[in-house]
Design a protein. Structure first.
Length: 97
C-alpha cells in the first residue's frame, strides 16, 4: 500500500459546522476502507493547516478518488503528498548514478 500525507484546511462551510467534524471523520474512514485503504492517523494542528492525516491507499488512483470525494463535500480543502518510507527512500537514492 502507498502512504500519503494529507494536509487539510476547513472551508467556510467546514468551520461553521466544525462540531460535526468527528462524524465527518468517521465517514472519511469508512470511505477510505471502502476504497481498500485506511486512515492511519489524524492530528488536529495549529499553524497553516487545520488537520494532518496519514493514510494508506492501494494506489494513486484510489487516493485521487478519495480526495475528490472528500473535497466535493465542501468541508475541507486538501494538499496531498505521496510519502516514501525510509527503505524506499534509500532504494531510490541508492539507484542514482
Amino acid at each position: 500500500m502507498a502512504t500519503y500525507l494529507m494536509l487539510l484546511n476547513w472551508t467556510d462551510q467546514g468551520i461553521r459546522t466544525v462540531k460535526e467534524s468527528p462524524k465527518r471523520l468517521d465517514a472519511a474512514k469508512k470511505l477510505a476502507k471502502d476504497l481498500g485503504g485506511e486512515i492511519k492517523t489524524v492530528y488536529m494542528t495549529q499553524g497553516s493547516f487545520d488537520l494532518a492525516v496519514v493514510a494508506e491507499m492501494p494506489n494513486d488512483e484510489k487516493l485521487a478518488s478519495f480526495v475528490l470525494k472528500l473535497g466535493s463535500m465542501g468541508n475541507v480543502r486538501t494538499t496531498t503528498l505521496k510519502a516514501y518510507p525510509e527503505d524506499e527512500y534509500r532504494k531510490i537514492i541508492g539507484g542514482l548514478n
